[in-house]
Design a protein around this ligand. Structure first.
Ligand SMILES: [Zn+2]
Length: 81
Protein backbone atom coordinates (compact mmCIF):
# COMPACT_ATOMS: atom_id res chain seq x y z
CA UNK A 1 0.00 0.00 0.00
CA UNK A 2 1.31 3.43 -0.90
CA UNK A 3 0.87 6.50 1.22
CA UNK A 4 -0.99 9.49 -0.22
CA UNK A 5 1.13 11.97 -2.14
CA UNK A 6 2.46 14.84 -0.03
CA UNK A 7 1.40 17.81 -2.13
CA UNK A 8 2.09 20.56 0.38
CA UNK A 9 5.86 20.29 0.92
CA UNK A 10 8.39 20.49 -1.91
CA UNK A 11 10.40 17.27 -2.29
CA UNK A 12 13.57 19.21 -3.18
CA UNK A 13 13.67 22.25 -0.86
CA UNK A 14 11.09 21.15 1.73
CA UNK A 15 9.30 24.51 1.77
CA UNK A 16 5.50 24.59 1.78
CA UNK A 17 5.19 26.61 -1.43
CA UNK A 18 3.91 23.88 -3.74
CA UNK A 19 0.94 24.62 -5.97
CA UNK A 20 -0.81 22.94 -8.88
CA UNK A 21 0.82 23.92 -12.18
CA UNK A 22 -1.48 22.03 -14.52
CA UNK A 23 -3.56 18.89 -14.79
CA UNK A 24 -3.89 16.13 -17.37
CA UNK A 25 -6.02 16.81 -20.46
CA UNK A 26 -8.05 13.76 -19.46
CA UNK A 27 -9.26 14.75 -16.00
CA UNK A 28 -7.95 12.80 -13.01
CA UNK A 29 -4.99 11.07 -14.68
CA UNK A 30 -2.21 13.22 -13.25
CA UNK A 31 -1.53 16.59 -11.66
CA UNK A 32 1.65 18.59 -12.17
CA UNK A 33 3.00 20.61 -9.25
CA UNK A 34 5.53 23.43 -9.07
CA UNK A 35 7.43 24.80 -6.09
CA UNK A 36 7.45 28.60 -6.00
CA UNK A 37 10.66 28.58 -3.93
CA UNK A 38 13.05 26.38 -5.97
CA UNK A 39 10.94 25.95 -9.17
CA UNK A 40 11.06 22.16 -8.95
CA UNK A 41 8.23 20.61 -10.95
CA UNK A 42 6.89 17.10 -10.76
CA UNK A 43 3.90 15.05 -11.78
CA UNK A 44 1.77 13.16 -9.31
CA UNK A 45 2.38 9.88 -11.14
CA UNK A 46 6.19 9.99 -10.75
CA UNK A 47 7.96 7.68 -8.32
CA UNK A 48 8.33 8.60 -4.65
CA UNK A 49 11.96 9.67 -5.15
CA UNK A 50 10.63 12.54 -7.29
CA UNK A 51 7.50 13.40 -5.37
CA UNK A 52 8.03 12.71 -1.67
CA UNK A 53 10.29 14.88 0.53
CA UNK A 54 11.35 11.89 2.64
CA UNK A 55 12.25 9.81 -0.42
CA UNK A 56 13.85 12.56 -2.53
CA UNK A 57 17.63 11.91 -2.81
CA UNK A 58 19.52 13.85 -0.16
CA UNK A 59 22.33 14.81 -2.57
CA UNK A 60 19.83 16.59 -4.83
CA UNK A 61 18.15 18.60 -2.07
CA UNK A 62 18.31 22.38 -2.31
CA UNK A 63 18.69 24.70 0.67
CA UNK A 64 16.37 27.67 0.09
CA UNK A 65 19.05 29.93 1.64
CA UNK A 66 21.41 29.05 -1.24
CA UNK A 67 18.95 29.92 -4.03
CA UNK A 68 19.61 33.71 -4.27
CA UNK A 69 23.32 33.04 -4.92
CA UNK A 70 22.79 30.40 -7.58
CA UNK A 71 23.53 31.20 -11.19
CA UNK A 72 20.57 31.01 -13.53
CA UNK A 73 22.40 29.09 -16.24
CA UNK A 74 25.79 27.40 -16.41
CA UNK A 75 28.30 29.66 -18.15
CA UNK A 76 29.11 28.84 -21.76
CA UNK A 77 32.78 27.81 -22.04
CA UNK A 78 35.20 29.63 -24.31
CA UNK A 79 35.32 28.41 -27.87
CA UNK A 80 38.15 25.97 -28.57
CA UNK A 81 40.90 27.27 -30.82
ZN1 LIG B 1 11.13 23.63 -3.71
Amino acid sequence: MTSPLNTTVCPRCEVSTVRVLTTSPLPGVWTMYVCDTCFYTYRSTEEAAATEPAAYPEEWKVDPADIPGMIAMPPVPQRRA
